[in-house]
Design a protein around this ligand. Structure first.
Ligand code: GLN
Length: 312
């Protein structure tokens, strides 16, 4: 079993190695505001199940969590409507890019899973029902602040506005689902909430804190509250494992062996059940829109600590 000193050494080795690499991938440019981020940034933070925090690199620098927010919206929507959610969205890997539209036509407007854009928009629509957009967004933000024990987490309005101006594909996906009756609310309201929760800014330290409940059978470690029942935490982890990296999900499972969720801001939240919550950030992406160095860093980490869920 890896002890504190081992974890400290692994974090510092990985941060040192990742700083020096030149093959960093490309930052996302389709959301203009994300194109301004320094591709040289790198951060890694781990919170173990005893509450010890290990952090290296730019681990206090906030970045746009983008699709990592979908872990938290999925958790909230399951809390609101329970397993009925699975009538509105599937839980199978898509094998297609995160913003793909073709599959939606074959599957009559029901998105494959809650982590591709279409699925996450449908999940956001569930959270919005019965509320005004501001209230729904407030609920999402309050939930993340509670999970992370950090009231300072906020939305980067410039990123939200940037995506609102250029998110034409998401508008297409939402309208397409609306035509099948999969969305209950006006498309522009659902998308407004979606763009804003994607624009939440967090540091790796905050993100690793927010993921703790998934490593601890659904329990919030500081309050002792059950955020979700253990069975639900297990299932959220399963969906992260199978669908969290879009068409790169198989590769991530193969190389890293942990439930994980990526975002086009270059962040990844990974969960080592019973061991810890891990956040990594490197803004350069691979062809599937997943952080290039983030995946390499997590692969090194699970190998060195024996933290893959497939390690006995
Ligand atoms: N907000 C982004 C989008 O909808 C999120 C995509 C992502 O992080 N993969 O395109």
């Amino acid at each position: 079993m890896a002890g504190k000193a081992d974890i400290e050494r692994v974090v510092s080795d990985i941060c040192g190695e990742m700083r020096a690499r030149s093959d960093r991938g490309e930052v996302a440019t389709y959301i203009p505001e994300l194109a301004r981020v320094d591709v040289g940034a790198f951060a890694l933070a781990i919170v173990d199940t005893e509450g010890n925090v290990y952090a290296g690199g730019d681990s206090d620098t906030p970045f746009s969590i983008q699709s990592v927010s979908k872990v938290f919206t999925l958790t909230l929507a399951l809390g609101k409507v329970g397993d009925h959610l699975w009538r509105r969205v599937g839980r199978e890997p898509s094998g297609s890019p995160f913003n793909s539209i073709v599959q939606l036509e074959y599957e009559r407007g029901i998105p494959r899973n809650p982590f591709i854009n279409a699925g996450a928009i449908a999940v956001t629509d569930v959270i919005l029902s019965g509320h005004r957009p501001k209230e729904a967004l407030g609920e999402i933000l309050r939930f993340i602040r509670f999970l992370a024990d950090d009231a300072s987490i906020s939305i980067d309005e410039a990123v939200a506005a940037s995506e609102q101006r250029t998110g034409f594909r998401n508008v297409a996906l939402a309208n397409y689902m609306k035509s099948f009756g999969v969305l209950e609310n006006p498309v522009e309201l659902t998308l407004g909430v979606y763009f804003h929760h994607c624009a939440i800014a967090m540091s790796c330290r905050q993100l690793a804190m927010a993921g703790r409940f998934l490593a601890q059978n659904g329990r919030h470690p500081t309050t002792g509250q059950q955020v979700v029942l253990a069975g639900r935490a297990r299932r959220i982890n399963a969906v992260m494992m199978t669908c969290g990296h879009y068409d790169g999900s198989g590769e991530f499972a193969f190389r890293v062996g942990l439930p994980g969720k990526s975002g086009v801001g270059g962040g990844i939240l990974a969960v080592a059940p019973g061991k810890g919550s891990i956040a990594v950030w490197s803004p350069g992406l691979d062809a599937s829109g997943n952080s290039r160095l983030g995946q390499i860093a997590l692969e090194m980490l699970t190998k060195r600590l024996g933290w893959s869920i497939f390690s006995a």
